[in-house]
Design a protein around this ligand. Structure first.
Ligand code: ZN
Length: 253
């Protein structure tokens, strides 16, 4: 039997404490809704939030995490650089990272992308309709999703989205207001896999949508480390060549 995938769902957990509409929608927090929504055999799930010591992401927690989910919005700047460094190192060493919605501006995502991750946005009070079209139906993250996911009320995110060219693009969103957006983007950094997934504004019940949860669960499985063998490449001074008779390095530098 294969080992369960160890998932940590990180949520800034501030809107739920300060906005009644969000508290009503997500009484257990966004992290609690996602944890309940993706619960399945083969996953062990824990949660962590900004106000815990070290934001709940101690080295021990990260070392015991195969896939980290990240939801943040109003308090990106409060995430300590030491924790960002730690998460980045774990991704380079093979931990999966699934960044949700406004996490596009999270320090850790910008660090890993190397770009501003800026985008266009519009928050209509009643929201607007969004269709996430599957543009890579064979991708494991699209498994079980039909031609598109339709969300009746969302915040709009539009292009240009200042990200590096995705290594695979799984979803493109269309919005009622006319914009389009690259909503499901795959990357690799070091040994780690990263997936950015757009849906999830805090004032809409998006993390109860079965197809959205299905994509997140698929992304957890796709970003999980493929195997634990080997190590992230590091500097190796191989002074003696493998082939007999080939020239060796004799100087120290
Ligand atoms: Zn939002």
């Amino acid at each position: 039997m294969t080992q369960p995938i160890r998932v940590t769902i990180w949520n800034e957990f501030r809107h739920e404490k300060t906005k009644p509409v969000v508290a009503e929608l997500y009484p257990e927090g966004i992290h609690g809704a996602i944890a309940a929504g993706i619960a399945a055999d083969g996953l062990t799930i824990r949660t962590a939030t900004l106000d815990e010591p070290e934001h709940g992401l101690t080295q021990d927690v990260l070392d015991a995490t195969d896939v980290l989910l990240w939801w943040g919005h109003m308090s990106h700047h409060e995430v300590s650089d030491a924790v960002v460094d730690r998460v980045q190192r774990r991704v380079l060493d093979g931990m999966g990272l699934v960044v949700l919605h406004s996490g596009h501006h999270a320090k850790v995502f910008r660090r890993l992308m190397g770009t501003s991750c800026d985008l266009a946005w519009r928050e209509a009070d009643a929201g607007e309709r969004e269709r996430l079209w599957v543009v890579d139906p064979g991708h494991p993250i699209a498994e079980g999703i039909g031609a598109c996911i339709e969300l009746p009320a969302t915040e709009m995110y539009g292009e240009p989205f200042d990200i590096p060219e995705p290594e695979a693009l799984v979803f493109i969103s269309w919005f009622q207001g006319g914009e389009v957006f690259r909503s499901g983007c795959c990357y690799r950094r070091g040994r780690g896999r990263i997936f950015y997934f757009r849906p999830g504004h805090e004032t809409f019940p998006i993390y109860y949508d079965e197809q959205v949860l299905r994509v997140i669960a698929n992304a957890v499985r796709w970003t999980a480390p493929a195997h634990g063998e080997g190590a992230r490449p590091s500097v190796i001074n191989r002074r003696t060549p493998l082939e007999p008779g080939a020239p060796a390095q004799t100087r120290d530098q």
